[in-house]
Unconditional design. Structure first.
Length: 258
């Protein structure tokens, strides 16, 4: 098996799941409510990805938002970490483009290959042909935050580096926005699962961006507990000022604050 085969497979499956979701949304949006549409999209994309991985990589485990499939996971072994529909709420809202499909391969607790499809934007970002690092923009840095649950402390961090906050939908869409240069950083401390970030983190690293926990330590994947408390993705030159501001904020932030 060539190493590039995993990159190509991740990109192809993310794209196929994305096209499936676009077709479903077009066909069903006038027939069902938003919650039902989101549930149907989640289920359809999950089935597509799990079945395809069973056929293409039968010896690899699969960790999905909807459970595990394939062989049992082995410590530091090969496991595909997928989020069939990242941003179910955004997918179910007409006209929104900030939702994604995540497909990542991890081994040795690191992401080896991954792809993020942004179907409503007609884009697939992948580690086989990673995007060039985005050019530095003029003006204040822009930090992507949750549009429904923005972390309170991010206001302090943004003020410390003179940044603006930009509300967005799914985690994949936020990290993709950093990769594409639409924003300069994404800061999250409310907790996520590994499938929320594995694929976009792989793409961000391949594009030359800084990725870490909020304390600067590495992001570790394929752990027994897939909960990941926090993360930072940013342009390399913003890593030091952001980590410094985050460290100072943490000293006064109540435990468990998001």
């Amino acid at each position: 098996m060539k190493a590039d085969d995993d990159h190509e497979l991740a990109a192809r499956l993310a794209n196929e799941a994305g096209q499936c979701l676009l077709e479903l949304r077009e066909r069903r949006r006038s027939e069902v409510d938003g919650k039902t549409l989101g549930d149907e999209g989640d289920a359809a994309a999950h089935e597509l990805l799990v079945n395809a991985l069973a056929a293409q990589r039968p010896d690899d485990a699969v960790l999905s938002e909807h459970g595990e499939a394939g062989p049992a996971r082995e410590p530091a072994g090969r496991v595909w970490i997928v989020d069939p529909l990242d941003g179910t709420r955004e997918f179910s809202e007409p006209g929104r483009t900030d939702w994604a499909v995540h497909v990542a391969l991890a081994a040795g607790h690191d992401v080896l290959a991954s792809a993020v499809a942004l179907p409503a934007r007609g884009l697939v970002l992948d580690t086989g042909a990673p995007p060039n690092p985005p050019e530095q923009r003029a003006g204040a840095p822009r930090i992507a935050v949750s549009r429904s649950r923005p972390p309170e402390f991010v206001g302090e961090v943004a003020a410390a580096i003179g940044a603006q906050q930009v509300p967005m939908g799914s985690a994949g869409a936020k990290i993709a926005a950093v990769v594409l240069g639409d924003v300069d950083a994404y800061v999250h401390a409310g907790g996520q699962y590994e499938w929320d970030s594995a694929a976009p983190i792989g793409v961000a690293r391949a594009a030359g961006l800084h990725t870490s926990r909020l304390d600067g330590s590495p992001l570790v994947y394929d752990r027994p507990d897939p909960w990941l408390p926090d993360l930072l993705v940013c342009r390399p030159e913003l890593a030091e000022p952001l980590l410094t501001a985050l460290s100072r904020s943490a000293a006064t932030r109540p435990e468990g604050s998001s």
